[in-house]
Design a protein around this ligand. Structure first.
Ligand SMILES: *Cc1c(COP(=O)(O)O)cnc(C)c1O
Length: 423
């Protein structure tokens, strides 16, 4: 057995990670780390987490054999883990429930979160409604305008959505506002971060809550007798990918070399947003594009920065992948070669949504469709006795405005006009 080269110490993954925060935020981060570690050893906490995940979130999510697509593409057999069938429509609920239960255990009745596209805000709002916690979500004014449906859902769950008008009035400004709130109110308040990033212990904690995806998968394939060549997941901040991959990295027999020494089984493939092109501002790829080491929002990782070293502009058709930074553990695993990174472009993601809708009767979220697009490219290059498994991190209902705009513009426009008139 090859020695695990997962060298983490203290708060770091290689050179990435850490806890780069103002003095005022050290006590709540230290308290959180201690309480989280205790909770994970507490049988009653784990039982409550597991029963909430099954009864409320609808776990385990199914593993679908995409038989029609596999036959059509004529190569490796494609399997799809349907995280989109979890309550609220994406993997984000796994982490929201985990952290909300932890907050409750810590005696904190108030939850704050930031959200960009609104998906994390919706999951957090739902988890708080379920667990009887007060919830406030900070959201940039620009994002509120762009993501009205998610604001509507959050408010329906009883969450207060607070518009942030400072700076560019987008996600990074909402994060600053949430950090400010937390530093004043941490004795009563938990800050529920939505991806596997931020200052330590968030990257570890979010990964653990999302690892339920990979653990379930290992169980689900036990009796299938398949030879898994690759796992594929999309990467925004990186929570669905690390949750999908991590239990596999930790499997004792999962890191063996291929015969040509080129890589390790199974291949783990992270797919970033290739956007329109790899020119600065046209994409959101930190690992294939030109991500640079930086320290932003409390952690060290690779970021898309402009020529002045400021956080740069990004673009993706999928709001959830449109983010300048990547979780520190993924950056590290990418640098040491255990995870391969690639990109799918906007156009390829749209085509993948269409492809799987027609062949399998499932609608990928645009984020997840980046992983689906890679499966469409990879499967035909592999023999039929190999399998590849795609994580469908979310379902695409939420994307109807973007999908209809691109795929059915004229009819959609006249529908919207009529709707407005009816109002
Ligand atoms: C938020 C989101 C993502 C990106 O976040 P990660 O932390 O990278 O997983 C991917 N897919 C869906 C459906 C999302 O809502």
């Amino acid at each position: 057995m090859q020695k695990q080269h997962i060298s983490y110490y203290n708060d770091y993954f290689g050179i990435f990670g850490g806890k780069y925060v103002a003095e005022t935020l050290r006590p709540p981060l230290e308290e959180l780390e201690k309480e989280w570690k205790n909770a994970m050893k507490d049988r009653s906490f784990i039982n409550e987490l597991n029963s909430t995940l099954s009864d409320y979130a609808g776990r385990p999510t199914p593993l679908l054999y995409a038989e029609n697509s596999s036959k059509y593409l004529g190569g490796a057999q494609i399997y799809i883990k349907l995280e989109g069938l979890a309550n609220t429509g994406a993997h984000k609920i796994n982490n929201a429930i985990g952290q909300a239960l932890l907050a409750k255990r810590m005696g904190k009745r108030r939850i704050i979160a930031e959200t960009g596209a609104g998906q994390h805000g919706v999951a957090t709002a739902a988890a708080c409604a379920k667990l009887g916690l007060e919830c406030r979500v900070y959201m940039g004014e620009v994002d509120i305008r762009r993501q009205r449906p998610n604001v509507f859902w959050m408010e329906l769950y009883g969450t207060e959505v607070v518009p942030v008008s400072s700076g560019s009035a987008t996600l990074k400004d909402a994060i600053n506002e949430a950090l400010r709130d937390w530093s004043k109110n941490y004795s009563t308040t938990h800050y529920l971060i939505g991806s596997a990033l931020g200052p330590s212990p968030y990257p570890d904690m979010v990964r653990e809550f999302q690892s339920v995806i990979g653990r379930e998968l290992i169980n689900q394939i036990k009796d299938l007798n398949i030879d898994v060549e690759a796992l594929i997941a999309c990467v925004g901040g990186g929570s669905n990918a690390i949750g999908f991959f991590y239990p596999w990295i930790m499997q004792p027999d999962s890191n063996h070399q291929k015969k040509d020494n080129s890589n390790k089984y199974p291949r783990l493939i992270g797919v970033e947003a290739g956007g329109k092109s790899l020119k600065p501002g046209d994409h959101a790829s930190r690992m294939v594009g030109n991500g640079k080491p930086g320290i932003v929002h409390g952690y060290k990782s690779l970021f898309l920065l402009d020529e002045n070293g400021q956080v740069g502009k990004t673009h993706s058709i999928s709001a959830g992948l449109d983010y300048p930074g990547i979780g520190p553990q993924l950056a590290y695993l990418g640098k040491i070669g255990r995870i391969e990174f690639t990109i799918s472009k906007d156009e390829e993601a749209l085509n993948a949504v269409k492809f799987f809708a027609r062949h399998e009767g499932i609608i990928f979220a645009l984020e997840s469709a980046h992983a689906g697009a890679e499966a469409i490219k990879l499967a035909p290059k592999l023999p039929r006795d190999k399998a590849i498994i795609v994580n469908m991190s979310g379902r695409g209902d939420k994307d109807i405005f973007i999908l209809a705009h691109h795929l059915d513009r004229k009819k959609w426009k006249s529908f919207l006009k009529e709707e407005v008139e009816n109002l």
